[in-house]
Structure formats: C-alpha cells, structure tokens
Design a binder for this molecule. Structure first.
Ligand code: SAM
Ligand code: SF4
Length: 327
C-alpha cells in the first residue's frame, strides 16, 4: 500500500463523496431558498467515473466511504452506486447521510445493495419545528423510517441534529426520552458558518461543547475513541440504549483528528470542507488505464492540506453551503 499521510501525520481512511448536488429540502442553515443549479455547472460523476475514483482512493488506504450530497437518495441509480462501492476492493464500510425523504420506501434496497451504515438528519423532534426548518412536514414518516433502519441489518444508525440558538437548543429532555430505548447515536453538530449563511449563523450559532458539561452532570460518560473515529466525541449512559455525539468544529484541536477527504459531485477533490480551492480529478477518471495518474494526482495534493480550518477568523473558503461540498 502507498504511504498516504499529510504533513501533520494524519491518515485518510475516510472519503465523503457527493453523488448529486441537488436537494429537495430547504434547511434554513443550508439551502433556505431551495436548490438552484449554478450556471455552467457540470453534471455529477457517472457510475463508471465513480468506480475509478473509488478504486484510486482505495489504493491509498480508503476503507470507509460516505455517500452524501445534496440529497443522495435523489440520485436515480443510487442502488447501483452502493453496489459498486460495496464491491470496491478494500472498502469495508459504505455509509450514507440522508434527509430521510425516501428512507421508508428505499431502505431495504439500499441494505440489499450493501449499505452498512446510515446517518439521518433530524434537527428536532417537534413536527411544526421540523417543517419550519426543512420546509417539509414529514417528521413522523422520517422517524418511522429510522425505526425501520434500527430493525435492519445496518451496523450503525446515527442522527444528525444541527444545534441552533433559539430554535432547537432546548430539546435535550426530548432527545433523552427518545434515546432511552433506541440503540442509536444522536450527534449534535455545531452550526458552521458558510459563504451564504452569515446572518443566520450570527443569529443562531451556539457552542456545542457547552453541552458536554450538561451531559457529564447527568451521568453521561465520554467513550474511548475508535482508531478510525473522526472529530466527534461520543457519550454513553448506563440507563440509555442510545448515545450522544458532539461535533464541535469551533473547539480547539478539532482538526487534529481529521481523517477524511471529500470529493464533490463533479469530481473535485476538497482537502478541507472550508478550503480555498478544489482539485479537479474528473479528467483522470475517463479510462481505467489512468489509475496511476489519478493516484499520483491525489498523492501530490495531500501536502497542501492545512493543519486546520480558519472558521474562527470567519474564513469559510469556497463553500457557499454544505450541500455544494457534500457536507
Ligand atoms: N442532504 C443530506 C442531509 O441533510 O443529511 C446530506 C447532505 S447535508 C449537507 C450533510 C449534513 O450537513 C447534514 O446533517 C446537515 O444537517 C449538515 N449541515 C448542513 N449545513 C450545515 C451547517 N451550516 N452547519 C452544520 N451542519 C450543517
Ligand atoms: Fe438538503 Fe441536507 Fe442541506 Fe437540508 S442539510 S438543505 S437536506 S443538503
């Protein structure tokens, strides 16, 4: 295996691949006006292009893949994408992050195709609030889909909830009720500033690490981190089947545990969610014979990865919203 490590000694076993830029939801912090394609935008990678991309990253030690977007379940050939990813030599985990809009209808097909883990974005357990945040009054249906996922053979089910001051930052008691009997992890994600959400961010940003003290006071204990774990911190409690994760990108040393790279739906490598540039890889994905060039191109760029993002200085890089980068 080629040695694939950056200037700070970090390795990258984890790739997040956006399979489609479009989304049907209008989350207030992400796409409040809904998805609009940019002029001149290139279409998403084909199945064959993705296959070559994944084989190239797998040669560099990638073994965990997350399919994201936009909303990945809107991609028509998603089942074939999952099958192809699961069949890529070296790939042992195929995860997906979804808003859950097609969860009930498609879960069994995704599992049969080889999906191993699922993250569903659920910012609130309150239906009217869910409708206000996403533009869709579909919380009950999505929660039913999550219960199906728990009964499936997926090895991991996690929920993502973006914390927003004055919107959903007082829901811990409801989440604790929800977690008592359900063996899943709810991850509270600190709202991040992006190119287009500055005013929203200023109004609603709340530090996620302040939750840690609250949890510890209620008997939640931080778990040891797995070797391939990313920057999330996870807490467990003997009285609860579920766990709580905290993702606090504004906390000190958050980027030290970075273990991931991203590729946009059009095939641009992003070294950081908030980086200043993308590296086009698509022209290396046109023929199987280009594999050595692709691997060399990725290897050649990893030295450009910075120690950390500059969000605290207000620099959001070229990311207008996380749907564009495959958040
Ligand atoms: N549409 C899918 C979904 O929502 O799960 C996948 C793409 S979405 C960009 C991936 C994750 O990023 C979601 O959990 C979403 O809540 C989160 N996200 C989007 N914008 C964010 C922001 N500004 N700050 C923190 N998390 C954000
Ligand atoms: Fe769509 Fe996900 Fe962004 Fe919500 S967070 S608008 S579901 S891409």
């Amino acid at each position: 295996m080629v040695q694939f490590v950056d200037r700070y000694g970090r390795r990258f076993p984890y790739l997040r691949l956006s399979v489609i830029p479009a989304c049907n939801f209008r989350c207030t912090y992400c796409l409040p006006g809904g998805y609009r394609p940019e002029a001149g935008m290139k279409g998403p990678l084909s199945l064959a292009e993705m296959g070559r991309l994944l084989r190239g990253f797998a040669m560099l030690g990638m073994h965990k893949l997350r399919l994201t977007g936009g909303e990945p379940s809107l991609r028509r050939d998603l089942v074939r994408v999952i099958e192809m990813a699961a069949a890529t030599p070296g790939v042992t985990k195929v995860a997906m992050t979804t808003n859950g809009c097609l969860l009930k209808r498609r879960l069994s097909d995704w599992c049969a195709a080889g999906l191993t883990a699922l993250n569903v974005s659920v910012d609130t357990l309150d239906s009217p609030r869910f409708a206000a945040i996403t533009g869709h009054d579909r919380l009950d249906e999505i929660l039913a889909g999550i219960d199906l996922a728990l009964a499936s053979r997926l090895t991991s089910v996690k929920l993502n909830a973006v914390l927003m001051r004055g919107v959903n930052d007082e829901e811990l008691p409801a989440w604790l009720d929800y977690l008592r009997e359900r063996p899943l992890t709810v991850r509270f994600i600190e709202l991040m500033q992006t190119g287009e959400n500055r005013v929203f961010f200023q109004r609603h940003h709340v530090r996620a690490d302040s939750l840690q003290g609250v949890l510890r006071a209620q008997g939640w204990q931080e778990r040891a981190r797995a070797s391939d774990a990313g920057p999330a911190r996870e807490f467990a409690h003997p009285d609860y089947a579920g766990r709580i994760g905290i993702i606090a990108p504004y906390s000190k040393d958050f980027c030290k545990a970075c273990n991931r790279l991203r590729v946009t739906s059009a095939g641009d490598l992003r070294l950081c969610l908030f980086g200043e540039f993308g590296i086009p890889l698509r022209h290396y994905l046109q023929d199987d014979a280009q594999q050595p060039e692709l691997v060399a191109a990725i290897l050649g760029q990893i030295g450009q990865k910075h120690a950390g993002h500059a969000l605290l200085q207000g620099h959001t890089g070229i990311t207008p919203h996380l749907a564009a980068t495959g958040g």
